[in-house]
Design a protein. Structure first.
Lengths: 98, 346
């Protein structure tokens, strides 16, 4: 395992741990998701740079575009949840459990 | 929602799964999964009720996490072995990671908790899409992975059939019961995945047929909990007579379609010399059978004591098309003679 590999893996796992265990605000969950996607973007860019291949040169941009789409789906659901449930606390999302 | 927006979302829903089916590269497969789940979220939040919005948010969080984990596993595999191809994911660490992530996407048991809540929050048509079409793309990826002889799939499968049967016992809401039945059926698909992948496909096909017939039946009846099932006799008498057969087919009783995948899976497991696993899996199916029996009991074997409910109403012609329900209900009960002989003779 190279140092670069260790660096982006630990960044991703930190983001995933934050998403899984720090469940107070919906916004922090979305930020953790973004951190995961950014670490993946860095990993894919470094992979492309190491490979020096033109085939892969567009793929980091594709990843970034898709993660931006994902963020633009997360923020409206944050707004919609805040409008229907009153706040962005995750513990308010309890209508469906039984 | 405007018709243009609605048709665009439905097209994207189909496009995402198709991209995933036809890709052999992890990045493209991930992009297909993202298109698929991003198109699904607005469809779920279409009625702006608190329940629908909450279900859409929970669905989004689960699917986004699973998609990021899938891409992370692909990236780890690329950094370790230099391979982006789906069939070439041979390193055990990313293989375990991606199996768990795909399990989160379809709702396998240790990571299933989002599925009943999300299904409870959406209407029956969206629930039908969620429990049939949305399972296809992750299952296509799971089928392509080179599972060795890993115990992970067995653990996922056993806990799915167990939890799917067990947690469904306590529910009175139809959509939650259907979600737990979906978890149990996915467990049956997973238990055979590494021995005979074609049986997984057969189980998936029969599961889709049976689930769509039961969702369309509840949609026609307009019921979402067990109590409301008792009034279905006054609305649609013939279908009420037919419903126990569909439910028992979901449970897997012999002369019906649902018996076919269970029979073939148990046969194959026994032929592989895994009698204990086959026994435990067959016993957990009894748990699911209990709540299917309870549904069919309260739907058609009892009459409601209230006079107003037992007296027949003036029946109008149903507004929604009934041909899909007729086709899927017929094939959900009568397909057992079409059992492929290739599975039986070896």
């Amino acid at each position: 395992m190279t140092p670069t590999h260790f660096a982006f893996s630990s960044a991703f796992i930190l983001g995933l741990t934050g998403l899984a265990f720090h469940r107070s605000h919906l916004l922090s969950a979305l930020i953790c998701l973004e951190a995961m996607m950014v670490s993946l973007f860095i990993a894919l860019s470094l992979w492309t740079m190491q490979l020096n291949s033109t085939n892969f040169s567009a793929s980091p941009l594709l990843l970034l575009a898709f993660s931006a789409c994902e963020a633009s789906m997360g923020l409206p659901s944050l707004v919609a949840t805040a409008r229907t449930h009153g706040s962005d606390q995750i513990r308010n999302l309890n209508l469906l459990q039984c | 929602m405007s018709p243009l927006m609605f048709s665009t979302l439905l097209l994207a829903l189909g496009l995402g799964s198709t991209v995933t089916f036809s890709s052999s590269h992890w990045l493209l497969a991930w992009m297909g999964l993202e298109i698929n789940s991003l198109a699904m979220v607005p469809l779920m939040a279409r009625p702006h009720f608190p329940r629908a919005v909450e279900a859409a948010t929970k669905y989004f969080l689960a699917q986004a996490t699973a998609a990021a984990m899938i891409l992370f596993a692909g990236m780890t595999n690329a950094w370790m072995t230099g391979q982006w191809t789906i069939e070439m994911m041979t390193h055990p660490l990313p293989l375990t990671l991606v199996t768990l992530a795909l399990g989160l996407k379809i709702g396998l048991a240790p990571v299933h908790a989002w599925l009943p809540e999300v299904l409870q929050g959406v209407d029956l048509t969206t629930g039908l899409i969620l429990s049939t079409w949305q399972k296809l793309a992750p299952l296509a990826l799971l089928l392509q992975l080179p599972h060795g002889n890993s115990p992970l799939l067995i653990i996922l499968a056993l806990s799915s059939t167990l939890i799917g049967g067990w947690a469904g016992l306590n529910q009175t809401q139809l959509r939650k019961i259907l979600a737990y039945s979906s978890i149990a059926h996915l467990g049956w698909m997973m238990v055979i995945l590494q021995y005979a992948p074609s049986l997984t496909l057969l189980a998936l096909l029969t599961y889709i047929v049976m689930t769509s017939s039961i969702f369309l039946l509840f949609k026609l009846n307009n019921t979402t909990n067990i109590n409301a099932l008792a009034t279905s006799h006054t609305k649609i008498p013939v279908l009420t007579l037919f419903a126990p057969f569909i439910l028992l087919s979901l449970g897997g009783l012999p002369p019906l379609t649902g018996f076919m995948p269970k029979w073939l899976i148990l046969h194959e497991l026994t032929m592989q010399g895994m009698g204990t696993l086959a026994t435990i899996t067959a016993l957990t199916a009894l748990l699911s059978l209990y709540f299917y029996l309870r549904l069919s009991y309260s739907m058609s074997l009892t009459m409601s004591p209230n006079n107003l409910l037992t007296s027949p109403l003036w029946r109008l012609r149903p507004h929604q098309p009934t041909l899909p329900l007729a086709i899927s209900a017929t094939s959900a009960t009568m397909l057992l003679p079409l059992t492929p002989a290739a599975f039986l003779v070896r």
